[in-house]
Design a protein. Structure first.
Length: 132
C-alpha cells in the first residue's frame, strides 16, 4: 500500500503518474514513426543514443523522486538543455525532414522530464518549510 503523509504528496503522485503516461504515449508514437519511415543508420544511432540518455534521466528522476534527492533532479533538469541542443543538431543535419516529428516527440518527453525534476525540487522545498 502507498503511504501518503498529506494531500499534497498524494497530488504529487497523481501528477507524476500523469507525466509518466505522457512519456509512454510519446514513446509509442516515436516507435510508430520509426516503423513508417526510413532513416539512415547514422540517424538511427544518434536517435538511439539520445533516447538512452533520456531513459537514464528518467530512471534517475524516479529514484530522486522517491529518495527526495534534489541535487539529482537539478542535474537532470540541467542536462535536458544540452540534449535539446543535440536534438536540434540532429534535425538540422538530417536531409530526411520526417525526423522532425520524432524530434518534436522527444522534446515533449524532455519537457515532461523537466516537469518531474521541478516537482522533486519543489516537493523538497515544501518539506523543508520553504515557499515554492
Amino acid at each position: 500500500s502507498l503511504k501518503v503523509e498529506d494531500y499534497s504528496e498524494l497530488l504529487d503522485y497523481w501528477i507524476i503518474t500523469d507525466r509518466l503516461e505522457d512519456i509512454a504515449d510519446e514513446t509509442k508514437r516515436i516507435t510508430r514513426h520509426l516503423k513508417k519511415r526510413n532513416f539512415s543508420k547514422d540517424e538511427l544511432e544518434k536517435l538511439k543514443g539520445l533516447f538512452l540518455e533520456s531513459k537514464n534521466a528518467y530512471i534517475n528522476l524516479i529514484k530522486a523522486f522517491f529518495s527526495r534527492d534534489t541535487s539529482v533532479a537539478h542535474n537532470v533538469a540541467t542536462d535536458i538543455n544540452s540534449r535539446l541542443i543535440e536534438w536540434e543538431d540532429i534535425y538540422n543535419s538530417s536531409e530526411n525532414k520526417a525526423i522532425g516529428s520524432i524530434i518534436e516527440r522527444f522534446k515533449t518527453i524532455e519537457g515532461q522530464l523537466r516537469s518531474i525534476a521541478r516537482m522533486v525540487v519543489d516537493r523538497n522545498i515544501k518539506i523543508m518549510g520553504g515557499v515554492v
